[in-house]
Design a protein around this ligand. Structure first.
Ligand SMILES: [Zn+2]
Ligand SMILES: [Zn+2]
Length: 137
C-alpha cells in the first residue's frame, strides 16, 4: 500500500477528490440501482471516512430510497455528468467513492461482492471476493 492519497475525479476534471488514509472497505455492488445509475454491471466502490475526504466542487445529486429504506444519494459532476461518489456531502460519516474515477485505478483492491442476488449472468464476480446476497451483516 502507498502513503499517497487516493485521488481522482470526473471525466472533465471539474469534480475532483482527495482521500487521506486508507479505505474502510472496498468491493463491488451488483444492486439494480448501481446497474441503472452506472449503465454497467456493477459499481466498484471504496468507503472512506467523510473526515478524510476533500471534494473540489459542488456536485449534482440524485437521491432515491436505498435497500435499507434510507436516502441513497449519488453525486455526479454538474458539467460532464460522470458518477463519482455516493453519500450526502456534509451529512454523513462516510462516503463511497466509485473506484473507476481513481487517477490510479490499480489502487482499488476489492474484497467483497454485495447485492450479488439477482444480478445478470454477465455481471461476473471476480474470484476471491467474499459474496453477499445483500448487504454484509
Ligand atoms: Zn466533470
Ligand atoms: Zn449498489
Amino acid at each position: 500500500m502507498t502513503d499517497a492519497p487516493y485521488t481522482g475525479g470526473c471525466l472533465c476534471g471539474a469534480l475532483r477528490y482527495e482521500a487521506r488514509g486508507q479505505p474502510l472497505y472496498m468491493g463491488h455492488c451488483y444492486c439494480a440501482d448501481c446497474r441503472k445509475a452506472s449503465g454497467s454491471g456493477f459499481i466498484p466502490f471504496m468507503a472512506f471516512a467523510a473526515a478524510d475526504l476533500t471534494f473540489s466542487a459542488p456536485t449534482r445529486t440524485f437521491t432515491c430510497v436505498s435497500a435499507r429504506g434510507s436516502d441513497a444519494v449519488r453525486n455526479s459532476c454538474p458539467t460532464c455528468a460522470s458518477l463519482v461518489f455516493g453519500g450526502p456531502v456534509g451529512q454523513t460519516d462516510s462516503h463511497t467513492i466509485y473506484a473507476g474515477s481513481l487517477d490510479d485505478p490499480s489502487l482499488f483492491r476489492p474484497t467483497m461482492a454485495i447485492f450479488a442476488k439477482g444480478r445478470p449472468d454477465w455481471a461476473v464476480i471476480p474470484e476471491g471476493l467474499e459474496v453477499f446476497e445483500g448487504l454484509p451483516d
